[in-house]
Design a protein around this ligand. Structure first.
Ligand SMILES: [Zn+2]
Length: 188
């Protein structure tokens, strides 16, 4: 039996993420690049295009992860986890991520394939921070080289991103410019 036929049998002709019964094509879960039963999943056109380009994600479509995240199939788990990560600005997606359990090697696989995103600043909840966001500082932070402290709860408006993905910069309400570590912020 060909790989694709095996995959179609596994998924019972339903999209492995949203269960749509439509034309399905194999999607290889990065960083793997060959269609194998262990590394590929069968996806409908909607899921596939949005998995390939997360910028086009239709948030409501991905409510389907509520079911598919419990799949026993490793590459489905990996893809579901990554899609939830992309959606982690949504509280329901965060709840699902918290419930989700991945075996250690599967968790590693899931993270490796998201390397692109390691270069983006993320707040304490892993939410990507973008230029112009407002953030709240979540703990008192000493300012290097001074005896000043940025107080917990300080709001920094309209942040900018620099070359270092761990840092964001912006101004407080008092007009003071500062750099803070992204993971000590929470997006407002
Ligand atoms: Zn689908």
């Amino acid at each position: 039996m060909s790989t694709e036929a095996t995959l179609l049998e596994r998924c019972e002709n339903k999209c492995e993420l949203c269960s749509a019964q439509t034309t399905l094509t194999p999607y290889v879960v990065a960083p793997h690049s060959n269609v194998t039963v262990d590394h590929a999943i069968m996806l409908c056109e909607t899921c596939k295009s949005q998995v390939e380009d997360p910028a086009t994600m239709d948030v409501n479509h991905w409510r389907c992860l509520n079911d598919s995240m419990w799949s026993q199939v490793a590459p489905v788990q990996v893809t579901a986890w990554r899609q939830l990560k992309h959606l982690s600005a949504e509280s329901w997606a965060q709840d699902l991520l918290e419930m989700m359990y991945l075996e250690e090697d599967i968790a590693k696989w899931a993270e490796i394939g998201m390397d692109d995103d390691a270069e983006k600043p993320r707040d304490v909840n892993g939410v990507e921070l973008k230029k112009g966001d407002d953030v709240t500082v979540i703990k008192d932070l000493p300012v290097k080289g001074t005896n000043q402290v940025i107080k917990q709860g300080t709001v920094i408006r309209g942040i900018s991103l620099g070359d270092d993905p761990r840092l964001v910069s912006g101004k407080t309400n008092g007009g003071q410019s500062m750099y803070v570590i992204a993971e000590f912020c929470r997006k407002k």
